[in-house]
Design a protein around this ligand. Structure first.
Ligand code: GDP
Ligand code: MG
Length: 162
């Protein structure tokens, strides 16, 4: 089993955009519609000289009970399989209830976590970046998957844990 990194977080935070950037190819569908990635995407990539498997997940979707069971199971399976969880929040929105549910799942799994506050390309992301500390998952990396900012910090953090 190669080293596995699962990109985890609620819908629309930019997981698939980050997956595509790290994979160097457009393998995952990116859309404004939350929860578009219904099926898991995987790519074998080499980051900082480290060969690894990258998994994109669908995240959580709002449903009657606040969770869509299938997506939650998919995410839990990806977390279980992962050696490292790349946990993404949207810094422009800040920490939401769904982010906290996810953070709990990740914490319970006891996996190494790299926390990234995405969409950090503008000043409006600053409050959300500081909120991310409250998740208790370590110091967040300020990144912009869309604009390619902070991606080297992500790959270095992955390589350190490898
Ligand atoms: P996912 O549901 O977590 O996989 O999120 P997607 O990757 O599909 O992205 C959701 C939306 O956020 C899309 O409209 C993306 O273009 C946008 N997005 C992703 N990364 C960034 C970013 O760094 N900055 C901004 N402003 N938008 C982003
Ligand atoms: Mg997606």
């Amino acid at each position: 089993m190669p080293f596995t990194v699962a990109i985890v977080g609620r819908p629309n935070v930019g997981k698939s955009t980050l997956f595509n950037r790290l994979a160097g190819r457009k393998l995952a569908l990116v859309d404004d519609q939350p929860g578009l990635t219904r099926d898991r995407r995987e790519a074998d990539v080499v980051l900082e000289g480290c060969p690894l498997t990258l998994i994109d997940t669908a995240g959580l979707e709002s449903g009657d009970d606040g969770l869509t069971a299938r997506m939650r199971l998919q995410t839990e399976a990806a977390i279980a399989q992962a050696d490292l969880v790349l946990f993404i929040i949207d810094a422009r929105v800040g920490v939401t209830a769904a982010d906290e549910i996810f953070a709990d799942l990740v914490r319970k799994a006891g996996k190494t976590v790299v926390l990234a506050a995405n969409k950090s390309e503008g000043r409006s992301a600053e409050p959300g970046y500081y909120e991310a500390f409250s998740l208790g998952l370590g110091e967040p990396l300020a990144i912009s998957a869309e604009h390619g900012l902070g991606i080297g910090d992500v790959t270095e953090a992955i390589a350190e844990a490898y």
